[in-house]
Design a protein around this ligand. Structure first.
Ligand code: G6P
Length: 430
């Protein structure tokens, strides 16, 4: 992963950083790096996720999913960190198996998906770190009933990925389902390089060793200076821009296959860093499509955001046919890839010309190794941001609050959070 901070400097951008400010930030990055390394050495909760390039066991994952390798489709039933990492890999890379994700309990969507699948040749991976998430368990109950209804033995087609405790683990034991373990100390949104993301990747035919090798390369680049570590350069600059008023981070990959990456990033950034009245709101955009919609705001709107432009340096290209149509001949003989790159650079320049801060993130190409670098790099960026902002990066109390309120409403326990629903202030207009 390469990061270009030029358009975040104060000579270009407002807000922006002077080189003196960047040097001061660099001194704080050295301390943050020390803290991160200590956390990694002690395998502390959260920091342990940055050790996954070494601690994940791709052989064990491949062996566990082997019985499901011939499935025509794979449905991952999970939500948040238990779906988005796997989806980023599945949607980012060419896949041998059709991968679907049930990460919502919209009944129409669930029914439409189940009606469209060949259930007798579909594998189901139920993923929940806690093993208690209501949406995941509800969807699982629906999926297994749908299988039973058409005479499919769901116990033959299902495996689970979960922690050592919880309802899902108990269910797996009771039904004798194959079970992969979510490693200790790895929060959901940092779990893509563990069993959580890699089981799906293995069934899709992706090269797990290459994903982990890419992540390992990025881990090797973590250093006590942001000038030596692309991940820290990105995380520290995002933090410093937020401090100076860039409360939004619009992530805009210029690759259709990285659209889900922006969703994964949104959870990572929002849930980890949205604490104590601070945080940077992730916005999702796609280049070049959103140049024709959101870019107007990003260039001409308030100076309250940074734009992260992500692209592969190489991609499989396709020529644009020659044409003698008036005004279009400039396109002929060029390629869609060249056009997309020109759009990328034009957007970057247009933001800079309007003094809107933006950062360029590049990977070599869209393959296992580069995605491993990108995913690991962004996780490390998030952790260093959390250290600099002094927030508790690996907790999510605000999300837990809503989970308890919903559970209380459904009669799943006595949660005071549910009382707030009855106390809602209304001002209805009809
Ligand atoms: O994997 P699970 O325990 O089912 O959790 C799934 C998701 O649930 C919550 O919303 C958490 O805040 C997320 O961080 C987590 O990824």
């Amino acid at each position: 992963m390469r990061v270009d901070l030029g358009n975040a400097l104060s000579e270009v951008a407002d807000p922006g950083l002077t080189s003196t400010e960047l040097d001061e930030l660099d001194e704080r990055v050295a301390d943050a790096h020390e803290r991160i390394q200590r956390g990694r050495e002690d395998a502390e909760h959260g920091y342990a996720a940055l050790n996954l390039p070494d601690t994940a066991d791709p052989d064990a994952i491949r062996a566990a999913v082997e019985p499901f390798a011939d499935a025509d489709a794979l449905v991952t039933v999970g939500i948040g960190g238990s779906a988005l990492g796997a989806a980023t890999l599945a949607n980012g890379l060419p896949s041998e198996t059709d991968a679907y994700f049930l990460d919502n309990v919209d009944p129409e969507h669930v029914t439409r998906l189940l009606d469209s699948l060949p259930l007798d040749s579909t594998a189901v991976n139920v993923v929940s770190r806690s093993g208690t998430t209501a949406e995941t368990l509800a969807n699982f109950l629906v999926v297994r009933e749908a299988m039973a209804d058409v005479g499919v033995d769901w116990t033959d087609r299902t495996f689970v990925t979960t922690g050592e405790e919880g309802n899902l683990r108990r269910l797996a034991e009771k039904e004798d389902l194959p079970a992969l373990s979510v490693p200790d100390g790895v929060p959901g949104r940092f779990s893509v390089l563990s069993t959580v993301g890699l089981a799906c990747a293995a069934i899709c035919g992706h090269d797990l060793d290459a994903i982990l090798a890419g992540a390992s390369d990025e881990a090797d680049r973590l250093a006590g200076s942001l000038y030596e570590s692309p991940a820290y350069a990105y995380g520290a600059t995002s933090y410093a821009l937020e401090e100076r008023g860039a409360g939004v981070n619009a992530v805009m990959p210029y690759a259709e296959s990285l659209e889900t990456f922006a969703e994964w990033f949104a959870q990572l950034w929002a849930e980890s860093l949205g604490k104590d009245g601070r945080g940077q709101t992730p916005a999702r955009a796609l280049g070049a499509t959103d140049q024709h919609s959101q870019l107007q705001l990003y260039r001409a709107g308030p100076h309250d955001k940074m734009v992260t432009l992500v692209r592969p340096e190489e991609r499989a290209d396709r020529e644009i046919p020659e044409t003698d149509l008036d005004g279009l001949s400039y396109l002929g003989g060029s390629s869609l890839g060249e056009l997309l790159d020109a759009e990328f650079e034009a957007t970057e320049a247009s933001l800079a010309a309007a003094s809107q801060p933006n950062v360029r993130v590049e990977i070599d190409r869209i393959d296992e190794r580069s995605l491993g670098e990108l995913l690991y790099g962004m996780e490390a960026a998030c952790v260093v941001y959390g250290e600099l902002a002094d927030v508790s990066t690996f907790t999510q109390p605000a999300v837990e609050w809503g989970k308890k309120a919903a559970r209380g409403l459904l009669g799943g326990g006595d949660f005071e959070e549910a009382d707030a629903v009855a106390e809602k202030t209304t001002l209805t207009v009809e």
